[in-house]
Design a protein around this ligand. Structure first.
Ligand code: NAP
Length: 281
């Protein structure tokens, strides 16, 4: 297979953005996203730049609330409550993971379910499980499904192997794909004969966090691969969980890293802010 097998995120993100720009202009509305960031973590700052850029171009106002890295749990929750109550704020994004002294298991219940645009509150994750469209699925798993749909990949009845079972990616993406009527197998670090389970799949979704772990021995001929991983390789370059060069000849399609799933995530975030705006009325 040639490099044409690379399915990039940009066309998907652009298409979503264009439809949001049109919808916002047509309705003459001004949705607003508030981001809560604690400290100056490079990952948070990088995502924030992407979100600011994407949302501003679309016509969504973004306010970043920066809290000191020693912020107390009470102060964090009090800020969250004030954003919950602020009628000018439609969506709230809490950068995670939170610093260790803040208890995510308590804080996640404090964000308004209706403003929770990246599915922090377990009630929104429950709605993903229930296939209840009134909730918010997390942005990265939603981006995976959007990419597959954009490139015309049939999901119904297909065998999909998801490697990874985190609450952030693996589990929700598995549920979203199940909701699309795929037959989903969820794998993790205790899975036996992972290569065999992956090789039998029509579609492999990798959400592991191990640089280039999946090579050609993990993919069947003509498989579609979505690489969610964001890692740094031995040379210091950004790479995914899949060894793209080694699988390119075997797969029918694969998302690159960078330039794949990550580039669609902020447009899903923007879509969710608009949905939150609509939910208000
Ligand atoms: P995580 O919480 O560390 O979960 C990793 C999962 O991979 C776990 O379920 C783990 O199994 C499994 N795993 C680890 N080693 C394995 C092995 N050798 N064989 C099979 N399974 C194995 O990571 P995450 O938050 O889900 O993130 C996964 C990757 O996606 C990371 O690279 C992260 O940076 C990236 N990510 C990308 C985006 C984006 O926008 N593109 C967003 C979020 C995350 P156990 O459960 O058994 O430990």
């Amino acid at each position: 297979m040639s490099k044409n097998a690379l399915i990039k995120g940009k066309p998907v993100a652009d298409k979503i953005s264009e439809s949001l720009i049109e919808e916002i202009a047509k309705s003459n509305i001004n949705p607003k996203l508030s981001i809560i960031r604690v400290g100056e973590k490079p990952d948070d700052l990088s995502y924030e730049r992407g979100a600011l850029n994407r949302c501003t171009k679309i016509g969504i106002e973004v306010e970043v609330v920066v809290l000191d890295e020693n912020v107390s749990q009470d102060e964090y929750i009090s800020k969250l409550h004030s954003l919950n109550e602020d009628e000018s704020v439609d969506g709230i994004l809490c950068f995670r993971p939170l610093p260790k002294h803040l208890d995510e298991n308590i804080i996640k219940y404090e964000i308004s379910v209706k403003k929770d645009v990246d599915s922090f509150n377990p009630l929104n994750l429950a709605k993903v499980v229930e296939n209840d469209q009134t909730g918010f699925a997390p942005c990265t798993p939603t981006a995976v499904v959007e990419i597959l749909k954009h490139y015309g990949v049939e999901l119904k009845g297909k065998n999909i192997t998801v490697v990874g079972r985190s609450l952030v990616v693996g589990k929700p993406v598995s549920m979203l794909l199940l909701n699309e009527n795929a037959t989903v197998t969820i794998c993790h670090s205790k899975t036996e004969d992972l290569q065999d389970v992956c090789r039998k799949a029509d579609i492999v979704v990798a959400a592991i966090g191990k640089a280039k772990m999946l090579d050609e021995s993990y993919v069947g001929d003509g498989a579609v691969v979505v690489d969610v991983g964001i890692n740094v390789d031995d040379e210091g370059n950004l790479c995914g969980d899949v060894d793209t060069e080694r699988v390119l000849d075997k797969v029918s399609m694969i998302t690159p890293v960078p330039g794949g799933v990550g580039s669609v995530t902020t447009s899903i975030l923007a879509k969710h802010v608009l949905k939150a705006y609509r939910l208000k009325y």
